[in-house]
Design a protein around this ligand. Structure first.
Ligand SMILES: C[S@@+](CC[C@H](N)C(=O)[O-])C[C@H]1O[C@@H](n2cnc3c(N)ncnc32)[C@H](O)[C@@H]1O
Length: 337
């Protein structure tokens, strides 16, 4: 059962009730399931991850990258970052009036129990609904939120990490450059030129290295699905050769190219589960957007099976390096479908 299904069940059971009027704001919900329990026109989804955003929009639901206007009730779907979750709760409090119901929906593996204890210590919880290895807990928005709420909001805001890059809790490798990306950057240094694509660009560390180490790059297109990451990348990569695209890489087609080269540290999981198919979709997309003589530089965790997707999409793939649990590939001669 998905997390949103748990929230749907909480409404269906009467544990949660929509207010008589006003929007129900759903922060981070990824599936349209709640639309089965509540009228479509009362729901406003906040979703900054492009594939999920597109799924909600395709279901005819109202969806925004970042909610700004007030709602009568809010439900926050938890992710893996405690700081991001608390920040989203703080935003839910800021966007609702005193007396509004605010609910948190999370799996045990997302730490819903300890989060509920932390929140409950400063904001009394008014309800708890357990289902499918997780919980929906709720509270009534107080007239004057305790000072912890402002601290949660501040801790979730984008800030410079130790390497000087703007990142935010919940983004991939927010505190420091990913060691796999560091190995990839070593492998492509001085070897990129012309028009280059960064597939799954995150907050832009890899793109910044490419532009610094490869003066022959004429243009670098950063493709990234998470709008919060891309907003950081815009600040981190001020080079005029860079262009930023909020997009689902797996849907890129030939019209988005052609590129002389692509660089990629692909995502390898959706939610908690390892999802090798996602990385394979990135490899296939790289082959579609590259010129016939184009080249893909890719890094992967050593145990992940990238050999088959590379062989399916490229006539040649060479392992350039393998160490520290990572392998770096150079693939060329993309196969045409
Ligand atoms: C392993 S991280 C690499 C990030 C960055 N290139 C780096 O080296 O730090 C993979 C990135 O792909 C993004 N991503 C996941 N699914 C995506 C999709 N379908 N389309 C575009 N980007 C996606 C994630 O948000 C994440 O930023």
């Amino acid at each position: 059962m998905s997390r949103t299904d748990r929230a749907t069940a909480a409404f269906a059971s009467g544990e949660l009730a929509a207010p008589e009027a006003g929007d129900v704001l759903l922060i981070r919900a990824a599936t349209p399931a709640l639309a089965e329990a509540l009228p479509h026109d009362r729901l406003l989804f906040e979703q900054s991850f492009k594939p999920a955003h597109d799924t909600l929009a395709a279901a005819g639901l109202r969806v925004t990258i970042r909610a700004e206007k007030s709602a009568a009730m809010a439900l926050v779907t938890l992710g893996r970052s405690r700081a991001e979750n608390l920040g989203n709760l703080a935003r839910a409090i800021a966007l609702t009036p005193p007396g509004a119901t605010i609910a948190l929906d999370g799996a045990k593996t997302d730490g819903v129990d300890s989060l509920a204890r932390q929140v409950g210590a400063v904001l009394p919880l008014s309800g708890s609904f357990s289902k499918a290895h997780g919980k929906v807990v709720s509270l009534i928005r107080p007239e004057a939120p305790p000072p912890e709420v402002a601290a949660w909001d501040a801790a979730a805001a984008p800030a410079r990490n130790a390497a000087g890059f703007l990142t935010a809790p919940g983004l991939f490798s927010a505190d420091a450059p990913d060691p796999g990306s560091v190995r990839l950057a070593e492998a492509f240094a001085g070897r990129l030129s012309g028009r280059v694509a960064d597939l799954g660009a995150g907050w832009g560390w890899l793109a910044a290295q490419a532009l610094a180490a490869c003066p022959g790059i004429a243009a670098l297109d950063l493709f990234e699905a998470e709008a919060r990451a891309l907003d950081c990348a815009r600040v981190n990569v001020p080079d005029p050769r860079a262009a930023f695209h909020w997009s689902d890489v797996t849907r890129l087609g030939r019209r988005d190219g052609p590129f002389d080269a692509a660089i990629c540290n692909p995502p390898f999981h959706e939610g908690r589960a390892a999802e090798p198919g996602l990385g394979a979709g990135f490899v296939a997309a790289a082959a579609r957007i590259l010129k016939p003589a184009g080249r893909l530089f890719l890094v992967a965790n050593r145990q992940l099976p990238y050999e088959a997707p590379l062989a399916a999409a490229f006539a040649r793939a060479e392992k350039l390096a393998e160490d520290g649990g990572f392998k770096v590939y150079l693939a060329d001669r993309p196969r045409r479908a």
